[in-house]
Structure formats: C-alpha cells, structure tokens
Design a protein around this ligand. Sequence first.
Ligand code: BV8
Length: 231
Amino acid sequence: MAHPSIVILTGAGISAESGLGTFRDEGGLWAQHRIEDVATPEGFARNPQLVVDFYNARRAQAAEAVPNAGHIALARLQAEHKGDVLLVTQNVDDLHEKGGSEDVLHMHGALNSALCSACDHRWPAPLEMHVAQACPNCAAPTARPDIVWFGEIPYQMDRIQDALERADIFAAIGTSGNVYPAAGFVQMATHVGAKTVEMNLEPGENVALFEDVRAGKASETVPKWVDEILG
Ligand code: BV8
C-alpha cells in the first residue's frame, strides 16, 4: 500500500506522561470522583458547582501540561504521511494541538471550549467557568463545559464512520477500550479489512480484536510506530 489511509484513536494514556491523570488506572480520575456525579448531564443538573469545579481543575492542570514524544510523533505523521490521517481523540486536553497536530477531532469535547445548552453556541472557555454563566450569544445563564458526558452523543460520528470505512490502518493508543462507541471502532476497521494496532501500557478490554499489540509507554511505542509508517 503506497500511501495508506490511517485512523488514529487516542485516550488518556497518551497524556499520562505529560502528567494528566487517566481515568481507570490506579488512583485515576474515576477513583477520585463518581462518574455519575461529574460526567453525566444528571450530575450537572444535580450539582453544577461540583461539575464546574471538576472541569476547572482539569482545565488548569491541562493548561500547564506539555506534550510528550507520543503527541509530537503523531503530529509528524500528520505532516509527513502522504495518505490521509484522521486523528480522533477521546481526550479533552489540547496536548495534541500543543504537540503540533492540526484538525484534531475531539469526539468527547474539549476543556478549552464552552457550550450554551440553550442555543448551542460555542466559544473559547475561560480558564475558570462559573455556574449559570451567561452565554455570549443568547445571554441565557446556561453555559456548560463543552464535554460529552455519559449518555450524550459523541461529536462528529459521521466523519469518524466515513474515515473508518476507508481506513487501511487503525491505531488505538492509550485507551482502555471501556467506553463506547470509541471502543467499537476497531471492529469497524477490521470489517473493512484495515490493519489494526493497539499501543497501550496495559492491554485494553478489547485487545483481542487487534492484530498487532504493542505494550509500553506511548512516548516510546508511538515514535517507533510512526518511524515504521514513514519508512
Ligand atoms: C453514547 C467525559 C449513544 C470527558 C467521557 C453498557 C454497555 C456498553 C456501553 C454502555 C452501557 N451503558 C451505557 C453505555 C454507553 C456509554 C459507555 O460506553 N459506558 C461504558 C463506561 C460502559 N457511552 C456513552 O454514554 C457515550 N455516548 O453512547 O451515546 C450514541 C452513541 C453513538 C451514536 C449515537 C448515540 C458517551 C461516552 C463519553 C463519555 N465521556 N468523558 C472527560 O471528563 O474527560 S468518557 C471518559 O472515558 C473519557 O472521555 C475517556 O476518553 C474515556 C475513555 O477512557 P480512556 O481514555 O480509555 O482512559 P482510561 O483511564 O480508561 O485508560 C487509560 C489507558 O491508557 C489504559 O489502557 C492504560 O493502560 C493506558 N496508559 C496509561 N499510561 C500510559 C498508557 N498507555 C500508554 N502510555 C502510557 N504512559
């Protein structure tokens, strides 16, 4: 295959070496907070202050974080590979962008974006968001973090689906394969005959579905894989 079409899915593991907590590792975010309290629309309705504080803390931490060799290698792949590369991330930090990536598809939203639940307007989030913040477009007090919570529909699913249908290579990096629909992308890629590779510190829940499994830290496995692809 001269210039294979590549779809990449990243998860919290690619940002771990940049100091951002993962969700399900020892002491991870879901050990500190109940998902239903901080990552569901019901939790936000019940206690908006708790949720706003949770994302303010992560936004402040992400603002200080620096990209690692894994992020930088993916940016190099996007810049130098002659075939299509779609970088989909479940992460809400901006380390892919800080590492030089463009056109990053944040399927679970982004800390740096704010959303109005009344008029769907989006704008750059301030470092600190407040409860019942006014929307700059419709002035209603309905600003919320622009994050896809459990039970909400991930963003740009059609675009992801189209890319997976044309994929020659699908790579999952630093994700535990627990959360759908992201964890199902490997099946879609396999269905169209794409080569599938997982790069993870620990095997993901859906590791059995990958033909090539590479254990290790993203800062080591990803640059090596990118070198192979760029030949
Ligand atoms: C939807 C918010 C309908 C942002 C997140 C029962 C069965 C199956 C599915 C469901 C079910 N009940 C409900 C569902 C659906 C549900 C779901 O999947 N639940 C699961 C938990 C059972 N999904 C949804 O609700 C989704 N919406 O389904 O809508 C729909 C779907 C399609 C089309 C139309 C309608 C919405 C899901 C989004 C939820 N929001 N977060 C935030 O706060 O950040 S999900 C949350 O988990 C994060 O966004 C994160 O992206 C995601 C996955 O976590 P990972 O990134 O994988 O991180 P994790 O800690 O788990 O793993 C880290 C990995 O890194 C590990 O493997 C580790 O080994 C590795 N690692 C660590 N260090 C390193 C490393 N790897 C390399 N190097 C290192 N140094």
